[in-house]
Design a binder for this molecule. Sequence first.
Ligand code: FES
Length: 75
Amino acid sequence: WEGCCRSKKSGAINPQILKSSDKVVDSIDIEDISEKAVFCRCWRSKNWPYCDGSHNAHNKSEGDNVGPLIVTKKK
Ligand code: FES
């Protein structure tokens, strides 16, 4: 499958976040989430790893349809 092995120079998904790292990995303790957390999946957020709404501009300019991952705690 071609999509699995994109190089950093062409077709990179991540345009700006922690580019000096070999791999961007985030860890959130579930106990630190109060009721809901909204995580970015478009790689354009200025508040990584959380969504800041930047996906809206990305979707509009690129004709894409990406959105965040919303994690909610059971009450
Ligand atoms: Fe990336 Fe919202 S800013 S999903």
